[in-house]
Unconditional design. Structure first.
Lengths: 248, 230
């Protein structure tokens, strides 16, 4: 696997010029779809993802409704143009699995029991994929949930860490994910200090695993700060505008 | 111990207070710590800590006045869309003054699909859908006016403390304004121009709900708009 492509150069920098413990540049925006109850958009490096949340609303089909809590439904979908080779728009095995994994990462954060017999629907649309889409998907989805005004115990942030060319690195891109030795996506609730998603692909020693996990959590905390800012930005902008006109 | 200032914007999961406090709306308590559960403005009020949500759905509560749309006519009642995850149920005997008989009374002639009604929530709990009534003075079918929709979270702001905002709006625009708790507002005024002004003001309030000094600013805006026209 390794040896074909050099993922870490002689200066210790990665293929896109980052240091091993550096995140890709992240841009987040909240409330960009007017028809959804909550929505958000993220750009993490070259990965671009849109999330929409509807609900709590009536469950259709009716028989799926749960008597004691809301039903959380999640759809992770990649646009046909999101990858180099056109992807069939039908949900693939991988997308179905990621939908489930993301749903389970979000579920513990939401007060589902407050809305019995309803459903909360989360749609995650990957517009451009360059690795780390499941993590970025969790991050935007929780932003969209907060924007929709759904009560949550905490925000959920996700970030991956892994090993490429023998070095533990943060926030892998597509090339590092494919050519590297290991990848650990982690979803984390920063205020509660709980992990809601933990997967691993590849081989690591126990020491390397712990190191990567801690690095991923550090990454999550960094993203969390950006996430909070993005969430407040919509309202802070209005507030500042109002204060400005008042001063005039 | 408080971690924020009054009326600061908080996000879900923010630690708001630590110690012997009571968790109010949109917060939750774990041990001695109170966390925010919604995006909103934090409010410390004595021993209570609460968050005023910036966006939320309408959850019915008995006594609430709501505006709904008839969605379906059944044999013994109506299904009403009340802008909530739960469908409102209006029973036939709530609408007829005489005892209701299925063979004699035609429900659709009284209220048909698409009609708007002003109703009151009588009962609601987690297991049954909200039961509505129109058997009180002022309630019933809406025949005239314009409808504005806002997020149900903004309703308290539109009404204002001790109804200050809504009274100001009524006085300045000369409109009759009926606010449904579910975020649907009925406006009927002496002229379309007055109604337009009221709608403009309400949309502005919803937009700037989280800022302070809003009542004065809105009053000024209405006066300015009126000045332009005359």
């Amino acid at each position: 696997m390794s040896g074909k492509i050099k993922l870490i150069n002689e200066n210790g920098l990665r293929v896109d010029g980052r240091r091993p413990n550096e995140l890709r540049p992240i841009k987040m925006e909240v409330g960009i779809l007017s028809n959804a109850d909550g929505s958000a958009y993220i750009e993490q490096g070259k990965s671009k993802i849109l999330a929409a949340v509807y609900g709590p609303r009536e469950v259709h089909p009716r028989h799926l409704a749960l008597p004691d809590r809301a039903l959380l439904r999640c759809r992770y979908h990649m646009a046909p143009f999101s990858v180099e080779e056109r992807k069939s728009p039908a949900p693939s095995r991988r997308e179905i699995e990621l939908s489930k994994v993301i749903r389970e990462a979000l579920e513990p954060a939401i007060f589902l029991e407050k809305f019995p017999r309803t459903s909360i629907d989360v749609f995650i649309e990957v517009l451009q994929a360059d690795g780390g889409t499941r993590c970025a998907g969790v991050t935007v989805a929780s932003l969209a949930l907060a924007d929709a005004g759904i009560p949550m115990r905490d925000m959920v942030v996700a970030c991956a860490a892994g090993k490429v060319d023998g070095v533990i690195v943060l926030d892998l891109n597509d090339l590092e994910d494919k050519e590297g030795e290991a990848d650990i996506p982690v979803a984390y609730m920063p205020n509660l200090g709980l992990i809601s998603l933990l997967q691993m692909d590849g081989i690591l020693t126990i020491e390397e695993f712990n190191q990567a996990l801690n690095l991923a959590i550090e990454g999550c905390k960094q993203i969390y700060r950006l996430q909070k800012e993005a969430l407040k930005a919509k309202y802070v902008a209005i507030k500042e505008e109002v204060e400005e006109t008042c001063l005039q | 111990m408080f971690y924020f200032e009054n009326r600061q914007i908080v996000t879900p999961g923010d630690l708001l207070a630590e110690g012997d406090y009571v968790a109010g709306n949109n917060t939750y308590k774990e041990g001695f710590r109170i966390y925010a559960s919604r995006l909103g403005l934090v409010e410390y009020d004595g021993r209570t800590v609460r968050v005023i949500a910036l966006n939320s759905v309408y959850i019915p509560s008995p006594g609430d006045q709501v505006i709904g749309k008839i969605e379906d006519v059944n044999v013994n009642g109506w299904i009403v869309d009340i802008n909530s995850p739960y469908k409102g149920i209006l029973r036939a005997n709530e609408a007829f003054n005489k005892p209701f008989r299925q063979q004699r009374d035609n429900l659709a002639s009284l209220l048909d699909v698409g009609d708007l009604i002003l109703a009151k929530v009588v009962a609601f709990d987690r297991t049954i859908d909200p039961i509505l009534t129109i058997r009180e003075p002022g309630l019933g079918k809406i025949t005239q006016g314009q409808i504005v929709k806002v997020s149900p979270a903004k309703v308290p702001r539109i009404v204002g403390r001790k109804a200050s905002m809504i009274n100001m709006l009524k006085k300045e625009t000369e409109c009759k304004i009926t606010v449904g708790r579910n975020g649907i507002i009925l406006i009927s005024g002496p002229s379309p121009e007055n109604e337009r002004l009221a709608i403009l003001a309400i949309e502005r309030i919803a937009q700037e709900a989280h800022t302070s000094g809003l009542t004065d600013r809105i009053a000024e805006m209405i006066r300015r708009e009126k000045g332009v026209k005359t």
